[in-house]
Structures are given as C-alpha cells and as structure tokens.
Design a protein around this ligand. Sequence first.
Ligand code: AMP
Ligand code: GLY
Length: 427
Amino acid sequence: MNILLLGSGGREHALALKMSQSPLCGQLFIAPGNAGTAQCGQNVNMGVSEFEKIKAFCLENAVTLVVPGSEEALVNGIYDFFRNDKALQHIPVMGPSQYAAQLEGSKAFAKLFMQRNRIPTAAYQEFNKDNFDAGIDYIKQHSLPIVLKADGLAAGKGVVIAASHEEAITEFTQMIQDAKFGDASKTVVIEQFLTGIELSVFVITDGRTYKILPEAKDYKRIGEGDKGLNTGGMGAVSPVPFADAAFMKKVEDQVIRPTVEGLAAEKIVYNGFIFFGLINVEGEPFVIEYNCRMGDPETEVVLPRLQNDLLELFTAVSEGQLASQTISVDQRAAATVMLVSKGYPEAYEKNKEISNIPAPTRDQIVFHAGTRQDGDKVLTNGGRVLAITSLATSLQLALAHSAQTAEKISFEGKTYRRDIGYEFRNV
Ligand code: AMP
Ligand code: GLY
C-alpha cells in the first residue's frame, strides 16, 4: 500500500511510525510532516486541506490510502471529495464523511445526536441571534458555573466556563452579537457543568462494528497542578487507572455502542477513529465532546501500546471487515511528556536547535511534534516540540523514564510539566 498521511504533529509521527512498521506499508508520504515523520517516510510540502494538490499527488504517486491525522481535512470534507471524484473513488480515506465530522465540527449537532440516541451528556440548550433574549433568560436562571460553547471549531478556545451570571452574559453576548469566534460562535451551546475526572476513549469503526483501543488521559493546562491556559495537551498516560472493567463496560454500553448504532441507524457514513472525550461523574460516564480523529498527545501513548498492525486494521475498516479483527494491547503502562517552546500556548519563538534526542528503544520513543530538519540539525518549529513516550511495568516508572529524558534533551526555552500523571504516581 502507498499511504498519504496528512498532518505534522506528534500524533502524525506516532501514526507514521506505526504504519511504517507494517509489512503492508509500501511508500509512506506525510504532508507536510516534521523532522520525525521524515525518518518514517517522505515528507511532502502540501497543506492538509489543499484538496486539488492532494488529488494530483495521489494520482501521480499511486497512493492507495489516505489517513487524515487532524480534524481539519475531515471537517472540510476530504472523505466526500475522494468519494465524489471518479479518479479518486478507489482510494479509501480513513475518516468520517463531512456530515459525520460534524460530531466534532458542531457542538449543537453532537448534542442533538446524543439526545436522539440517549447518550449521557450534560443538559443543554442552544441559542443564536434569533433567540438571543431567551438565552439571556436561560443564563440568569442557570446554576453556577455555566459552560458556554461556541458551536463550531474555534482553535480549542471556544469553551468558556463562567463563574458568575454576569461573566456568562458578557461571554454569550460577545460570542453571538460580536462574533467573538467568527461564524463558529453564531450558535452557542449553554450547558450544565459536570464535576469529575476526564479521560479519552478511542474506537476504530467501519460504521457497523467498532473495536476499542487503549484509553488515555491527557493534561491540557500549561501549568503544573492543572493551572493556567489550555494547550493542545502537555502529556498523557495510558492506561487510566480509574477506567476499570466495570467503568469501561458502562462506557461501552451507554456511550460507544449507542454512538455506533446511532450512526448506522441514521445512515451516517463513518470509517475511522472516534474519540470520546468523557468525564467520570461519580462512576458514571458522560460525553463532554466527540472528536473525529485520534487525540494528540493521546496517540503517543495509545499507539505504542497497540500491538495490532495498524494497516491491517485500516484495510479491514475500508473493506467493512472490522468484525474479523481482534485488538491486542501491550500490558505495560505508557506515559508521554511534551516539551514545549517558552511562551506556548501564547507567542513563542521557533528555530531553536534541539540536541540530545535519544534513539528509540523498546521502552522509549521521542515523537517529534513541532520540529523541522535543517541540514543535519533539528530545529523547533512549533509550540509543542517533542513528546517523550516511555513504556514500563508501572505508570510511575514510565513517568520517571520520560522525566529523565526530558531533562537531557535541550533547546533554548524548553518548558514542560513535571507532574504529568500526578493522580496516578502510586500506580
Ligand atoms: P471541549 O472543547 O468540549 O473539549 O471543552 C474543553 C474543556 O472544557 C473540556 O476538556 C473540559 O475540561 C471542559 N468542559 C467542557 N464541557 C464541560 C462541562 N459540561 N462540564 C465541565 N467541564 C466541561
Ligand atoms: N488532546 C486532546 C485532543 O487531541 O483534542
């Protein structure tokens, strides 16, 4: 198989490495890729939503599988672009249709889907400029805190948790009247605040069958103790100790199966990953959000634990044969620690030389995120720079190994959290 992988983060390095290890892998192209993906295949200078360029590239290079890493191309309709073009119809795209990608691209769509399919989620109402006044009234009688969500994609900034009614009214007004997030906040979902601990659960589906992958927990805040601004993710662990068999059975019965059955019943085309952002509220799972792709940095702990041939799974999905596959998981624990640029998630500098990246071993892989190759140097090229993943017999050991390597790797402004997995240090 010749594969085109779209993206340039740590998730894409993890996907590229895993696919490159398969005997089914022919040529592997990554667009645009980073210095790490360049070690697994050939980077191609092309944006993930440049569909016409992607088409020409796939035809010239006899690509037989397209794997979008992030949501961007999926929400922009890459699946349908391939299906609707006679020259491209034979090339499977590992991801949902544009319609189905609204599970991530529109909070209101996701909420309605969950309501129709009786999937546990926070109580909510949706508002736009036509029922703006009703929205203000809704906020005034709402218990605190109040969660406001811009309907569309807002670069991870569209969720506001307001501590007071005044703050909620100000945010709500800015989102709808002042288009704070552009079209993304034309519609706003207002929902009940849920208290609990979050985790990420992943499945791969062919639209009829699903297979559950290892779960993970990520750490979104920049600062230790989960303080400060939200980031793309500063680290992750897998497994998640509180996600025991009893809890995961509830997740499967109440969330996963109703979601996949709902997609099938509503004839929504979905081939690829579903990422369930869940919260455990006193032992009961609730859906915070759906994503239509793998997580980053969760992929950097999920894929190293997955023992299956990823290309065999992708082939089974594209042939509607996923039921014949069995998932096999490395029982070791995995932890990843992100090294980020000073200043991230706000303004930061790029082009700092990185040194002392260790070669991969059976127990540790340093995934590249925001890096680029410049001659024989590796330079920083993004906010999140490297993800140091370690595998060990306990989470505690895996975390300790990642911490040692985090200390050794150097670049100017290197910043990271030393408390990833803090709740599970004794596990
Ligand atoms: P989202 O973009 O939907 O993932 O939301 C971002 C973050 O906001 C989530 O990871 C949660 O930490 C938090 N959040 C979203 N919805 C809720 C909710 N209903 N209750 C509590 N926290 C929430
Ligand atoms: N780590 C969260 C995400 O990928 O959305």
